[in-house]
Design a protein around this ligand. Structure first.
Ligand code: C2E
Ligand code: MG
Ligand code: MG
Length: 585
């Protein structure tokens, strides 16, 4: 029963007649307890520590009124206390009021109206104190533990607090506690965040509202980070399929197209799920696992949902280990460059070579660049890795030129390209090596189209001004369309190997159209991933001139290039002899 609407009052007096006279005046507005001794009063109080008002006679045999009221503080600290005294005990009563032991005293004999007024007074004090406390609690919950300012959802701190107290409650982690879903919203393509921040806030609020509707029944919905939300269900964990279903259902709240400010964006969501098993006692560890599962989900090709398992932990440990060793590998020269020739099939000559980073890890063996380059980007190591590649390629370049490879293409990550020191390092590398700038080519992936295009355009123009060529790599796989091609100052388009692989399943039309448009814009094209004579014939049939792929050569160390080139030149001679013979016959 509500203690504020039906407050509990305890009256203690050794004179039973006095109690019997008081009680009828207190019913039915109060829940009344009567006791004829201090000891009995304390026993009743233990049963109802939420008692609002305690009234006690001063002179009682055994435990007197002051002792009883002092003892009552330990059991019902919030209760207001009233002392009933005879006129000859006034000084004791006044002293008790003064040192805060009681809120007021009443003298005996006491008229029922005076008695009721005294109780009302004590009660109003009790009520205002309780209201104050609740406001403080709410304030603390909102501002100290924190409510997210933008969405009104729980903050990161509040979620950790909630998880922590539920883990404590469920027998210190000996019982399963529930499931956390971590939902990370990504923009596709990742758009430059120069959009008005008020518009972004409005968008985040809209997502939070949809998520709240979807997550009905959740114990806590929190904004974990800028574009990351967390939903905590406190039900015992169900089968993984049910968790995946719930995760995907939650994801629907944010997978859509949006207009943020004046920009249209599409979002994609990746979800990490962690079932809080018995024995997990640290909320921070729970959330770390959710983050690792979310990172794994991000890398999935299909549905971007992953449940944390022991393997997730092992994979994260592997990645941490790889990042640690990569830092050392860059400084200790453990990396190597291999080179893959690109061939002009019209003239049967070498057009260029692409430098590709290789790494042999002392423990894990060969780690492909598709693994270590993204890790280097994530760990902020790509700038130093890229600087090493540039130095190494320039130092190999003289030998390559002498072997008859006129140009060396380097892959430059978008982070490296946008780094303010990049242009200068390119300039210095050319100065120190004395290479003709036309001997270098910079490959940037089409993810540049998702950046601030004006900025990218100006950087690429500066590179072109140095005399260095610029290529767009892996064209056609991601965000770009043909209409992008004339928006950046590039010389060359490298068309992703996916189209030659899928030549008979629609690749032919795309490959042909890309080559046509690029040539009309006076851009060279390279078809990547040509592995077989059939693929070569297919590429030729749609107008390809420059070819890269295993059909001609795999990437190889510098030392192997001379031999490859000699073989290639022999083939070339044989072909021209044959064609001369054919023309003559
Ligand atoms: P990419 O720049 O598109 O390089 C071409 C990739 O295709 C290389 O993979 C190459 O070995 C592979 N390839 C060449 N011909 C064929 C073929 O006929 N069939 C197939 N299936 N594959 C072929 P690799 O060396 O594993 O490099 C993968 C990616 O890693 C590169 O793709 C590039 O994006 C990145 N990367 C490599 N080295 C560097 C580097 O030094 N810096 C940066 N930022 N990225 C690098
Ligand atoms: Mg490349
Ligand atoms: Mg490529």
């Amino acid at each position: 029963m509500d203690n504020l609407n039906f407050p509990r009052v305890l009256c203690v007096d050794d004179d039973r007649d006095i109690l019997d006279a008081i009680a009828p005046h207190l019913h039915p507005s109060y829940l009344v307890e009567l006791a004829t001794s201090g000891a009995e009063g304390l026993r009743l109080l233990r049963q109802h520590p939420d008692t609002a008002v305690i009234v006690s006679d001063l002179r009682m045999p055994g435990m007197d009124g002051s002792k009883f009221l002092a003892a009552s503080r330990a059991i019902a600290p919030d209760a207001r206390r009233i002392l009933l005294t005879g006129c000859d005990d006034m000084s004791a009563a006044i002293a008790a009021v003064n040192d805060g032991q009681i809120c007021r005293f009443l003298t005996k004999p006491c008229a029922p109206r005076t008695f009721l007024a005294g109780i009302e007074f004590a009660l109003s004090e009790y009520r205002s104190e309780m209201a104050n406390r609740s406001a403080i609690r709410q304030f603390t919950a909102r501002h100290v533990l924190g409510e997210d300012r933008v969405t009104g959802l729980a903050s990161r701190e509040r979620l950790l607090e909630t998880l922590g107290s539920l883990i404590d409650e469920r027998n210190l982690g000996r019982e399963a506690v529930g499931t956390v879903y971590l939902l990370h919203i990504h923009f596709v393509p990742p758009f430059a965040e120069n959009v008005d921040s008020a518009a972004v806030d409005e968008w985040i609020r809209a997502i939070a509202e949809q998520l709240t509707r979807k997550a009905l029944g959740a114990n806590c919905i929190a904004r974990w980070d800028k574009n990351v939300f967390a939903v905590f269900d406190d039900l015992p964990a169900s089968a993984p399929e049910a968790l995946y279903r719930r995760g995907q259902d939650l994801a629907e709240s944010a997978t859509s197209s949006w207009e943020i400010g004046s920009v249209y964006v599409t979002t994609e969501i990746s979800i990490g799920i962690v079932a809080i098993a018995a024995g997990m006692i640290e909320p921070q560890v729970v959330m770390r696992h959710a983050e690792l599962a979310e990172q794994e989900a991000r890398g999935n090709s299909g549905a971007k949902v992953a449940l944390y398992t022991a393997e997730t932990g092992a994979k994260a440990e592997y990645q941490r280990d790889v990042i640690r060793s990569l830092r050392k590998a860059i400084t200790d020269g453990e990396l190597e460059l291999h080179y893959q020739p690109i061939v002009d099939i019209n003239t049967h000559t070498v057009h260029s070579v692409e430098a590709l980073a290789r790494w042999s890890h002392p423990r894990y063996g060969k780690i492909p660049p598709t693994v270590f380059i993204p890790l280097a980007e994530a760990a902020g190591l790509i700038i130093s890795l890229g600087a090493w590649v540039l130095r190494q390629a320039c130092s190999d370049a003289r030998a390559l030129l002498d072997l008859g490879f006129p140009r060396i293409a380097l892959n430059v990550s978008i982070m490296q390209l946008l780094d303010t020191g990049f242009l200068y390092s390119l300039y210095i590398a050319l100065e120190e090596s004395g290479l003709p700038p036309s001997a270098l080519e910079i490959e940037v992936t089409e993810s540049v189209f998702a950046q601030d295009l004006d900025r990218v355009r100006s950087i690429l123009l500066d590179i072109r001004k140095l005399g260095v060529c610029v290529a767009i790599d892996d064209f056609g796989t991601g965000y770009s369309s043909l209409s992008y091609l004339n928006q950046l100052p590039v010389n060359l388009v490298k068309i992703d190997g996916a189209f030659i692989r899928d030549f008979e399943r629609g690749g032919e039309a795309i490959l042909g159209a890309t080559i046509d448009v690029a040539h009309k814009l006076h851009l060279e094209t390279i078809v990547e991933g040509v592995e077989t004579p059939t693929m070569l014939a297919q590429a030729r049939s749609v107008g390809a001139i420059l070819i890269q792929g295993y059909h001609f050569a795999r990437p190889m160390p510098l030392a192997a290039l001379a031999e490859w080139h000699a073989g290639f030149a022999r083939e070339s001679d044989e072909q021209s002899t044959q064609s001369v013979a054919m023309r003559a016959s």
